[in-house]
Ligand binder design. Structure first.
Ligand SMILES: [Zn+2]
Length: 161
């Protein structure tokens, strides 16, 4: 809603136009913050807990509650990497996920869920093998893929093209 209102603001000559907003999750409290693109590099503070929000897009590890809360409240797509420390292919996939997460910082939120610890999520979402990647939009699962994907393929999959 805020973004729609922004688009309707009259533009005056000489006034700086409002830049694009990115959504960035606060790793400390889990709040989702709207950060203007031009403020990304200025260590913006979380609107809820006032800690510095990481705007790099780097995947954040979440537990069952963190996953549910973020997926249900995010205005941008949420990509979740379900993994476990003992899983070789998961470690292969990790740098690919990180690279895509940083490329799309602000446009998507990327989370990692350790299925050994967040067991309720694994059961609720019927994760049968790892790594499994799920893309959520508006709180709903819209795409799912298991196994490591080459970077280009994964980037296309995230874009849903
Ligand atoms: Zn916070």
């Amino acid at each position: 809603m805020a973004l729609e209102r922004t688009a309707e603001l009259p533009r005056r000559r000489g006034m700086p136009t409002l830049g694009a907003m990115g959504i960035h999750r606060c790793e400390t409290c889990g709040s989702l913050n709207r950060v203007p693109a031009e403020r990304k590099g200025q260590k913006p503070k979380c609107g809820s807990c006032k800690n510095v929000v990481d705007t790099s897009g780097y995947p954040q590890e979440v537990d069952d509650d963190g996953l549910r809360t973020t997926v249900e409240s995010s205005p941008v797509p949420v990509l979740v990497d379900f993994w476990a420390p003992w899983c070789g292919p998961c470690h292969q996939a990790a740098p690919i996920v990180e690279s895509i997460a940083e490329d799309k910082a602000g446009d998507i939120v990327v989370l990692k869920v350790n299925t050994d610890e967040a067991k309720a999520s694994g059961t609720r979402l019927q994760i049968r093998s790892i790594p499994t990647f799920i893309l959520f939009e508006n709180g709903k699962e819209v795409a799912r893929q298991s196994g490591v994907m080459p970077r280009e393929q994964m980037a296309r999959w995230v874009e849903r093209r």
